[in-house]
Design a protein around this ligand. Structure first.
Ligand SMILES: [Zn+2]
Length: 426
């Protein structure tokens, strides 16, 4: 059996119930004719940049060090929240012994050590892209930039980068054009990680199950089908394994609760822009650890919060909440307090169940509800026994070891995703 080329398709924010014969006929057919895994889970917090670093390293947020879509920075006594969507910020963070800003080696680095070629390309934010391959192993391509510099120049001169005004569909097309071009090179990639920003972007803007979100997903399904067909025709004798999954699901924010207003009303934050408690996504960054006890107790009693986690170094026995290590997210960079929001089965305006009470745009994720944590995973390819339906007890950390095992790397610890065992041995 030849070592396969592995193509990973990540459809950002895709819920399993969004894969249907009418919207995603190609993915649906792969689900029916390939291997459909049930039971794959995201990680906490189920946020894109956190998931990108998790997929890249095969480790949990508490281990790789990206614990939120945002980070706290302190400069000249001023505390501020910055978004990890910005690669130029991320790239200036201190390097660890791994040589990157992540504390665990990436599977791009593992592949490079084995002389395997890697391409990661992403139509989302530059930060998400950077986190998939911060060492720039092979090529790391975003719709507006790429690493290393020679790759950026080559793409600018060949495929050409989309503009800020380009549609997300055009950006998704660009990612596939880059992959197509990579396969036309003399040394084609052994592993491609192709991370598409839809349906997440349309869900955030227009709502879960909205016509716009469904349209974006339909277009993406068509693009993936066309790329898949091209590969099989262009390289009829090459062995491919295709894996499609998402980083997280989503719920509809009902907009009933603004956490900042709740904290101010409870006397736990002095004003909207005060520095005592900085709130973002699932995190509460406190200026003074003395606030940990009253704030975590308040959140533990709030009906809009499901679970409360306190960073291990400031956790105390008497607190009625869990340690952040219980969520595999404990890290010095994490907020002192993180929460998972309560969810209910209320439908979106378009009939898709799953909602939380907090404010936000038309879609939210980051918490531990099944709507956000359960993610689809399909695999198919020339050497995969078909069809099959497998229940696995695995999460996003298992993707990297499973891919490495497919290539015969780290076969002694193939992880909990039995991709390798699905390959024909005859
Ligand atoms: Zn995402």
């Amino acid at each position: 059996m030849a070592t396969p080329c592995v193509i990973l398709f990540v459809l950002d924010g895709l819920r399993r119930d969004a894969v249907t014969p009418s919207t995603t006929p190609f993915l649906q057919s792969r689900c029916e004719q390939g291997v459909s895994f049930e039971g794959l889970r995201s990680v906490f917090p189920s946020s894109t940049r956190v998931c990108a670093a998790t997929v890249a390293t095969g480790s949990h947020p508490g281990e790789h060090g990206i614990t939120e879509n945002e980070m706290l920075v302190e400069h000249r006594g001023q505390r501020d929240i910055v978004s990890c969507a910005d690669a130029s910020y991320l790239s200036r963070l201190p390097r660890h012994a791994t040589g990157t800003i992540l504390e665990k080696p990436t599977f791009g680095q593992r592949l490079a050590a084995e002389k395997k070629r890697f391409l990661s390309a992403c139509s989302g934010s530059s930060g998400t892209t950077y986190l998939t391959n911060p060492a720039g192993m092979g090529a790391c391509v975003n719709w507006e930039t790429a690493w290393p510099e020679e790759v950026r120049a080559e793409i600018a001169n060949s495929v050409g980068f989309p503009t800020h005004g380009s549609s997300t569909d055009a950006k998704n097309g660009f990612i596939l054009d880059v992959a197509t071009q990579a396969f036309e090179q003399t040394q084609a990639p052994d592993v491609c990680l192709l991370w598409f920003t839809e349906p997440d972007e349309a869900q955030h803007t227009y709502g879960i199950g909205s016509p716009s979100a469904v349209d974006q997903l339909r277009l993406l399904d068509q693009r993936i089908e066309a790329f898949h067909a091209w590969l099989l025709v262009r390289f009829p004798r090459r062995s491919f394994v295709f894996v499609a999954f998402s980083d997280h699901g989503c719920v509809t924010p009902l907009g009933e609760v603004d956490p900042i207003s709740e904290l101010i009303a409870a006397g736990l934050k002095s004003s909207t822009d005060s520095q005592d408690v900085l709130f973002v996504s699932n995190s509460f960054f406190l200026a003074d650890d003395a606030l940990v006890s009253p704030l975590s107790r308040f959140l533990a009693n709030a009906d809009w919060v499901d679970r409360v986690f306190v960073r291990d170094d400031v956790w105390r026995d008497e607190l009625p909440v869990s340690r952040l290590s219980d969520a595999r997210c404990n890290h010095p960079r994490a907020a002192q307090i993180m929460v998972s929001y309560s969810t209910c089965s209320d439908p979106s305006d378009y009939g898709v169940p799953g909602a939380c009470r907090i404010t936000g745009n038309r879609s939210s994720h980051g918490s531990m509800s099944d709507y956000e944590m359960n993610v689809p995973l399909f695999a198919w390819g020339t050497d995969i026994r078909t069809p099959a339906r497998k229940h696995v007890s695995a999460d996003l950390t298992d993707i990297a070891p499973a891919v490495l095992a497919l290539l015969g790397i780290g076969a002694d610890s193939p992880g909990r995703l039995p991709l390798r065992s699905l390959l024909r041995t005859d």
